[in-house]
Design a protein around this ligand. Structure first.
Ligand code: FER
Length: 296
């Protein structure tokens, strides 16, 4: 009897180990290569009227393979960096290839991905001095454009689910800062929030998450990732430290790398697979490829 109990315990431990090893920590080779013989999503450019800015603005939209007007989809708003616009992700990261491949492998919940222009001003082009104060300010103004103009447009024109649990926001660098600021600042609108290599526009932790209990209650997933050689790492690490000190569950994901699309493509690969599915918080500290306690 005792012996069979011990055997059973060993079996449980063994299966547990298998599961721990199952967890994929990084995108495999080929994740960003176009594959033959799979279905593809579609990319379109949409134009919406912005009351915030006072003119028409553009965004790009990726609808998943097999998209149907008769279904309703959750939405990921995916934001660009300081030198980019609504085409930056498509040009630099080809999310359509990464996501097509994930769909082909059955690893993604069908969703619509909206890639806005996050520089909410009349001339929202990425030309000239992208660090000019009015252009940097426009990244903050985009919060109003997103909430009051773009989201309502998407919800009118596309078959989407409109509750907070079916809306995610993530982005790279300036877009990472925007995602953390807007997502955590509007928990009634977003349950899934991700910042990849978030920039100095990221609000200070106490301002970002003034009520840790509320964040804990309302967030499905909070994702903070960065390359270990990124000069902006401190904006992610300080946020992580505050969240850890205040027991707000989150994934802090550190990988080898700098401030570039290699990191952001991997970020999208990892983050998107978690979206709009049941979440296992007990695994949050198992994702990071690098030891988060030694890299600062
Ligand atoms: C800064 C350094 C980097 C800054 C913004 C960035 C507004 C953004 C970088 C990016 O989006 O890639 O001092 O200030």
């Amino acid at each position: 009897m005792n012996r069979s109990k011990n055997l059973l315990l060993l079996l449980f431990l063994f299966v547990g180990q298998l599961h721990a090893q199952d967890l994929e920590k990084e995108a495999p080779a080929g994740f960003d290569q176009t594959r033959d013989g799979i279905s593809h999503g579609e990319i379109q450019t949409i134009t919406y009227n912005s009351k915030t800015v006072g003119n028409d603005r553009k965004a790009t939209v990726y609808t998943p393979p097999g998209f149907s007007e008769n279904e309703k989809y959750p939405v990921l708003y995916l934001l660009h960096g300081i030198g980019g616009d609504e085409k930056e992700w498509l040009n630099g990261g080809h999310p359509e290839v990464i996501l097509d491949n994930l769909y082909a492998d059955g690893k993604l919940e069908p969703m619509i991905v909206v890639m806005p222009n996050g520089r909410a001003m009349k001339d929202d082009s990425a030309g000239g001095n992208v660090m000019a104060p009015d252009k940097v300010q426009a990244f903050a103004t985009f919060e109003q454009d997103l909430l009051n103009d773009l989201i309502p447009f998407i919800e009118k024109e596309f078959p989407v689910l409109t509750d907070r649990e079916n809306r995610a926001i993530a982005g790279l660098s300036m877009g990472g800062g925007q995602s953390l600021n807007f997502g955590l600042g509007n928990l009634d609108k977003f349950a899934w929030v991700g910042g990849f290599s978030s920039a100095p526009n990221t609000k200070e932790p106490q301002v970002l998450v003034p009520d840790p209990e509320k964040a804990k209650d309302m967030l499905k997933l909070l994702w903070i990732s960065c390359g270990d050689a990124d000069g902006l790492l401190r904006f992610s690490s300080r946020t992580h430290e505050y969240l850890a000190d205040n027991d707000v569950p989150h994934i802090y994901y550190l990988e080898t790398g700098g401030h570039d699309f290699k990191v952001w493509k991997n970020g999208l690969y990892m983050f998107s697979q978690l979206l709009f599915k049941p979440v296992d918080e007990s695994k949050f500290d198992q994702y990071s490829p690098l030891d988060i306690t030694t890299v600062k």
